[in-house]
Design a protein around this ligand. Structure first.
Ligand code: HEC
Length: 140
């Protein structure tokens, strides 16, 4: 019973794909091919690293301050979810008690409410470390 429903569904999907493939104009086909390119070639809108020769793994190309203002400020300026605030000297001294390397690593890999790289997935590890330095510079 279930098997026959599944078979029906599968054939419906296959049929649908076949029909839509025939119905496509050359223009649509080109657009579709554009969309299904291998992931490495796809450029997300707003990704400033796209198209540059150094795009692969070299980071966002943003300054620490820019990264802070785009990716970290939402939590670290307000203290949302218990984030240590920029400028809160005592809070950051406390954090540094476990060692700068650990603090860097937690910023890169995430910890509790802190998302990995503060969600800046185009940022390199070095850029995140520089952004942590920026926060620390402004919190002492
Ligand atoms: C969604 C909110 C959020 C964003 C965005 C965010 N953080 Fe955090 N961050 C947190 C919270 C919450 C903590 C505290 C986590 C804990 O120790 O429980 C934290 C902790 C940290 C720590 C201390 C880690 C430690 O070892 O104590 C650093 C460093 C840090 N964030 C850096 C950053 C940087 C750099 C960015 C931007 C690239 C960023 N955060 C973006 C919420 C955020």
């Amino acid at each position: 019973m279930i098997e026959s429903i599944v078979k029906k569904l599968v054939s419906l999907v296959v049929l649908g794909l076949a029909v839509s493939a025939f119905a496509m104009t050359d223009q649509q086909r080109a657009e579709m091919e554009e969309r299904i390119k291998p992931a490495g070639q796809v450029c997300m809108e707003g990704d400033s690293s796209c198209g540059s020769a150094s795009a692969a793994g070299s980071g966002s190309g943003k300054s620490a301050e820019e990264i802070y203002n785009t990716s970290c400020m939402a939590c670290h300026t307000t203290g949302a979810a218990g984030a240590p605030k920029l400028g809160d000297v005592a809070a950051w001294e406390d954090r540094l008690g476990k060692g700068l390397e650990t603090v860097y690593a937690n910023a890169i890999n995430g910890i509790n409410g802190m998302p990995p790289k503060g969600t800046c997935m185009s940022c390199s590890d070095e850029e995140i470390e520089a952004t942590v330095d920026y926060i620390l510079e402004n919190s002492k």
